[in-house]
Design a protein around this ligand. Structure first.
Ligand code: 5AD
Ligand code: SF4
Length: 448
């Protein structure tokens, strides 16, 4: 059976798709290009914009493969599947499976039964109380052979109910995975040659603070993972400022392999807006975290998420966001225009910001960010660093191979070398030049 997966959305969806692919391969299925596949999986996201429309148009596009293969069928997973559920079956008869985040653990078996013709349609939409442990490949991991970087899930769902956010409704309540299961998977990955791990969860800082908790905090888990032999780079995402513990901040100064970067969604720079967003921190607390992080790790690269045009956001509120973005000096940020998500608290909040005003705020914010990004990358010129090589660059030069990788903070670095076979290696590099969103490096040290 040949399958093709299309993924929208966050790193958690990317990881879910990787896991699903491995689980299907373990059943003898083969990953294929779209034109050769008989089973399609669309992993969806509903956090912003017009997510349903995107999924409908993707399904509409895939329908053409029915001509080539009348047996073809599709599965829709992720947040939109959780919302629309069986509605997909009526609209697109070739959709035969819908699954939500908690249902994904059973999706491979369901796909197998559907392919064998044992069942017509399956919906896996129930939420469960505990983290549904997923099957791993025989080697105890989810990664493809030869991969040096891997994601590891430590929890699912979210309990925060920020006023604008649909995630608690589509991914359910927070459910932490058992620390032993996390550690075991991380060890297995390290044994397979993985050097960089990213621990994933909607709000990793509240790890263990739910019914799945065993008393092990996120800071403790982080230390245990960092101590695993072979893990040279450790990251985690996403962090909620209200939950980041002093021990986690301290870890940035203590654990050498904890990478000097943190994505810390600020969302807005005005206390009034943060309050309406139900974020449960103010800018004093946020800046306190930033300063504490910089004290223990002066080279830490901070990135963030920002929303403009939240209901009731005034010009002054927005000016405060600009001022705070400058004050923190985020190296980069993702910024979005607020959009109503069904069922969230802010749908009923007034007044809504005029879309044109929201658009012009977004533009101003992004212009400011571009300037800050440029300045902070420029400061790195001349510095020595290390790059974990991810593969060859798209553009190649005549006499040498161009490579692309990331420095410890996760910045993209391109460099050339006469040597081949560098993928997966960690190599020393000097930053020669800052580009708009990436760096150009030159080799240093031994002639590698
Ligand atoms: N409108 C705009 N942006 C949103 N985000 C989440 N919900 C919304 C919404 N309703 C943004 C937040 C979050 C990121 C993943 O998406 O900034 O951190
Ligand atoms: Fe959404 Fe807030 Fe949970 Fe993040 S912490 S997923 S923004 S509800």
């Amino acid at each position: 059976m040949k399958f093709h997966i299309v993924t929208f959305g966050c790193q958690m969806n990317v990881h879910d798709s990787q896991w699903l692919a491995r689980a299907l391969e373990a059943r003898g299925w083969e990953q294929a290009e779209e034109d050769e596949a008989s089973v399609f999986v669309i992993n969806t996201c509903s956090v912003r914009d017009k997510p349903e429309q995107k999924v409908y148009s993707e399904l509409g596009r895939l329908a053409r493969h029915l001509k080539r293969d009348p047996q073809m069928f599709a599965a829709v997973g992720g947040c939109v599947a959780q919302q629309i559920g069986k509605g997909f079956f009526n609209r697109f008869p070739f959709v035969r499976l819908v699954f939500g985040t908690d249902g994904i653990a059973n999706a491979p078996n369901a796909l197998e039964r559907l392919a064998e013709g044992a069942e017509e349609r399956v919906a896996l939409l129930d939420f469960v109380d505990l983290y549904p442990e997923r099957e791993l490949a025989a080697d105890g991991t989810v990664t493809m052979p030869g991969t040096r970087q891997a994601f590891v899930n430590i929890m699912q769902g979210c309990d925060n109910f920020c006023a604008y956010c649909i995630v608690p409704y589509t991914r359910g309540r927070q459910k932490s995975r058992k620390p032993d299961a996390v550690i075991e998977e991380c060890r297995a990955l390290a044994n397979k040659g993985v050097r960089e791990l990213t621990l994933l969860g909607q709000n990793v800082n509240s790890f263990g603070m739910d019914s799945g908790g065993t008393g092990v905090s996120f800071a403790e888990l982080l230390r245990e993972v960092a101590a695993i032999d072979g893990i040279e780079r450790l990251r985690f995402t996403t962090s909620h400022p209200k939950d980041i513990a002093d021990e986690v901040i301290a870890a940035f100064g203590e654990l050498d392999n904890l990478c000097p970067s943190l994505h810390l969604p600020m969302q807005a720079g005005s206390d009034a807006v943060l309050k309406k967003m139900r974020r449960k921190y103010d800018m004093k607390r946020y800046l306190g975290i930033v300063d504490a992080l910089r004290e223990v790790r002066p080279d830490i690269s901070l990135t963030t998420d920002l929303i403009v045009g939240f209901p009731g956001e005034t010009d002054e509120d927005f000016e405060q966001t600009l001022a705070m973005v400058k004050r923190v000096g985020f190296e980069s940020s993702f910024s979005f225009k607020y959009s109503d998500r069904p069922g969230t608290a802010s749908v009923n909040m007034e007044p809504k910001v005029d879309p044109e005003i929201a658009q012009s705020r977004l533009q101003r914010l992004q212009e400011l960010q571009n300037t800050i990004t440029k300045e902070s990358l420029k400061k790195l010129e001349g510095r020595e660093t290390t790059v974990l090589v991810e593969g060859k660059s798209r553009r190649q030069e005549d006499s040498a191979v161009s490579w692309r990788g990331r420095d410890p903070a996760g910045r993209v670095v391109n460099f050339t070398s006469r040597r081949d076979g560098l993928t997966g290696m960690i190599v020393p590099v000097r930053i020669a030049q800052a580009k708009k969103h990436s760096l150009v490096g030159e080799r240093t040290g031994e002639p590698w």
